[in-house]
Design a binder for this molecule. Structure first.
Ligand code: SF4
Length: 360
């Protein structure tokens, strides 16, 4: 199988497994709730899978603010909005950028129904509807490498060193396919000891911990590695790095959590072509979308009938040579008037995504 296809399917299965069985190696407790997302991070580093361990009560209160993320400007407003009517410039700390952007954010928050506003003369006054809750306990990053050979491990090693140095996630893991040997050979490869290793069987799906991670110091200053010497015999230059303050890290963590909350991991369909006649959503072991939508079956995964395999998000685009729009008749006979199977697939995934967010 094409390695990209294999990696994409592996990643979706890791996401599904994490949603059901996180944390690995422990019985699931009810003291935290899990939100899983994929392909998120910072400008310099994108993680394959992200697991948010959330405070259940905080998560329910976060739902007051709706399913869409709160960007930095909105967070500045709702986190500092007072309990009593107050002129916005008296209520909010100076944002470090012009106040007109704050006014824009206030209007957006008002439009979304997450802030109360009124005019008093020329002045805009604001009052909070709900306090913004502390809803994220921990952020866990998982890199998915189904086939971790020596060269893949070397490349991954420097990415993980970056994660460990910055300490933006509480834990980092590598998920890889088990080899069946007594000691997973990946343990001998060049990965930082702080990273955990999961031997993940995508068919089951189940995971065993081959190496436990160390918790990273998210509340302490981090070090962002900007450049590292290549280490050759003539290269004695020093690595370049910069410090990242704990406040900046906390803000970045919340930004990542908000995006994860909005997107989840089933949003893969947003960048694919479910309106193509060959697009299918298959439930593991059951094989059709109806079962996938029933909520009782296994995982709903994309499948391309033209290619006869699970396609990647990159392949399944308008540039795909096999793309054919779904016939108009599919939109009128037996399917809801609003759309054909493509629309229905999106609805199935949206419903599942919502079910994972308490209070929505
Ligand atoms: S034919 Fe191309 S666009 Fe259509 S479902 Fe398959 S991969 Fe996606």
């Amino acid at each position: 199988m094409d390695p990209h296809t294999a990696e994409f399917g592996f990643e979706l299965r890791v996401c599904r497994w994490a949603e059901m069985a996180w944390p690995p190696g422990e019985p699931a407790g009810d003291d935290s709730e899990i939100i899983v997302a994929r392909q998120l991070g910072t400008k310099g580093r994108r993680w394959d899978t992200i697991v948010l361990e959330c405070d259940p009560e905080g998560l329910r209160r976060r739902a007051n603010f709706g399913p869409d993320r709160l960007d930095g400007d909105l967070r500045h407003v709702v986190r500092n909005a007072p309990a009593e009517w107050t002129y916005y410039r008296d209520a909010l700390p100076h944002p470090g950028y012009p106040w007109r952007y704050v006014r824009e954010a206030i209007h957006r928050a008002d439009d979304r129904g997450i802030l109360e506003t009124r005019k008093s003369g020329n002045r805009i006054e604001i009052r909070r509807k709900w306090p913004y809750p502390d809803w994220v306990d921990r952020i866990v990053a998982i890199e998915n490498k189904p086939d971790l050979d020596a060269s893949a491990a070397r490349a991954l090693g420097s990415q993980l060193e970056y994660d460990v140095a910055v300490g933006l996630a509480d834990e980092v893991w590598v998920a890889t396919r088990p080899t069946g040997e007594r000691v997973e050979p990946v343990l001998f490869e060049d990965l930082p000891v702080e990273a955990g290793i999961l031997a993940f069987d995508p068919a089951a799906p189940t995971a065993e911990v081959a190496w436990y991670p160390r918790s990273l110091a998210v509340d302490e200053p981090g070090t962002r590695i900007l450049e590292r010497p290549d280490g050759g015999a003539r290269d004695d230059s020093a690595a370049r790095f910069e410090y990242v303050e704990p406040e900046a890290k906390a803000e970045k963590r919340l930004a990542i959590a908000e995006r994860a909350y909005e997107r989840g991991w089933r949003s893969f369909v947003d960048t694919m072509r479910p309106d193509c006649r060959h697009f299918q959503l298959r439930a593991d072991g059951v094989g059709d979308a109806e079962a996938a939508g029933s909520g009782t079956a296994g995982q709903a995964l994309p499948y391309c009938a033209a290619k006869g395999c699970a396609q990647t998000a990159a392949e399944c685009a308008g540039t795909c040579p096999d793309f054919e729009p779904e016939p108009p008749a599919w939109r009128t006979r037996g399917w809801p008037i609003e759309g054909g199977p493509g629309t229905r697939y999106k609805e199935i995934l949206d419903r599942r995504r919502r079910r994972r967010r308490s209070g929505l």
